[in-house]
Design a binder for this molecule. Structure first.
Ligand code: NAP
Length: 319
């Protein structure tokens, strides 16, 4: 068996959402020729979004994938290189750091920025997992089109659930939002929009206990959490919008993680290993906006640049 090919770079970025791409723009402009390990699929959660109305500089709004494409082009223009691969394992004990890719290739880097983001959370019901792609989805913008004239259910009480429910009204006859508490978590403006929509209704204090259907979704078994009563709700689609899980699996055991699996950082972007920095939703579970991820990407790039400059500087002699 031939040895895996190895290439060496000064700085590698893992992830290609707004955090990774902003870091790439800054590092490329600092002449550090960053290598972006984009991940598959690449582009992060904005790739699953339609209208982005709150990213500064786009008064008319912009489509999520277009915003990502523009950032990508901007990074490439200054010399960032992109490889559409996932990092499957890492060795951060050695210097340079080693990043193992899905293809078997190894990337050695003097500094690393982890910007792998977070992925959709599932209820983890066996029936839900069996019907994924057959009526169960975590992406309304990807799959909403298939539910023309149907009744669909969105689960969650946050902004994502409101956004998904509103988006689904473009296709579905009716959208029911199911939430486990009596209060929604979503911002007032999103709640108000969803509540005012004639096609949207709410089932609060309610939990989905089973997804019904053999080949495709035909309904849900739902439980009223106030009295324990279980009943069936006919529906042809189920959209999960119950938050996210950080994409840190490849770094488990190599970098400190918190109880929920998010990267732990100090002095904003520094991880538990010197020379490895974090940016975006992979550690920020509080703000989770494209603009905050981009800002953190900028900060991680500046920190990585400083780290590389200091590592390259001649050591002061104490003789
Ligand atoms: P989120 O705010 O964390 O909300 C997740 C929702 O799912 C919560 O209502 C939670 O219930 C519920 N949930 C979690 N686990 C559950 C489970 N196992 N079963 C049932 N329900 C469960 O997540 P998000 O809505 O994805 O939003 C994330 C961040 O992005 C937020 O800061 C949000 O403001 C932002 N965002 C903004 C926009 C926008 O401005 N257009 C759009 C999307 C997202 P509890 O409330 O009971 O915890």
């Amino acid at each position: 068996m031939s040895a895996p090919s190895t290439r060496r770079v000064r700085v590698a970025l893992v992830g290609s959402g707004p955090a990774g791409l902003t870091a790439a723009i800054y590092l490329a402009r600092a002449n550090l020729a960053p290598l972006v390990l984009s991940g598959v699929p690449s582009g992060g959660q904005l790739m699953l979004t339609t209208d982005v109305e709150n990213f500064p500089g786009f008064p008319e709004g912009i489509q999520g994938p277009e915003l990502i494409e523009r950032m990508h082009q901007q990074a490439e223009r200054f010399g960032a290189e992109f490889v559409d691969e996932n990092v499957t394992s890492v060795d951060l004990q050695r210097r340079p750091f080693a990043l193992h890719l899905g293809s078997g290739q190894v990337v050695e880097a003097e500094a690393v920025i982890v910007a792998t983001g977070a992925n959709a959370r599932w209820l983890d019901l066996p029936s839900e997992q069996r019907l994924r792609g057959h009526g169960v989805s975590a992406c309304a913008t990807c799959d909403g089109f298939f539910f023309k004239g149907k009744h669909v259910v969105t689960i969650g009480g946050g902004d994502s659930a409101m956004e998904e429910a509103l988006f689904l009204t473009k296709f579905a006859d009716h959208v029911t939002v199911i939430h486990r508490r009596s209060e929604l978590r979503a911002s007032r403006i999103m709640q108000a929009r969803a509540r005012a929509h004639p096609k949207i209704s709410f089932l609060l204090d309610t939990e989905v206990v089973e997804v019904l259907g053999q080949e495709t979704v035909t309904g849900l078994k739902i439980k009223d959490l106030r009295n324990g009563a279980v009943r069936e709700l006919p529906a042809q689609g189920l959209f999960l919008a119950i938050g996210h899980v950080p994409a840190t699996e490849a770094f488990r055991g190599h970098l400190d993680l918190d109880a929920k699996g998010y990267l732990k950082t100090h002095e904003t972007t520094r991880t538990s290993v010197e020379g490895v920095f974090a940016a975006g939703d992979v550690y920020d579970h509080r703000y989770r906006q494209a603009i905050t991820a981009a800002g953190l990407g900028c900060m991680a790039a500046l920190d990585a640049e400083k780290f590389l400059a200091e590592a390259a500087a001649p050591k002061a002699s104490h003789a």
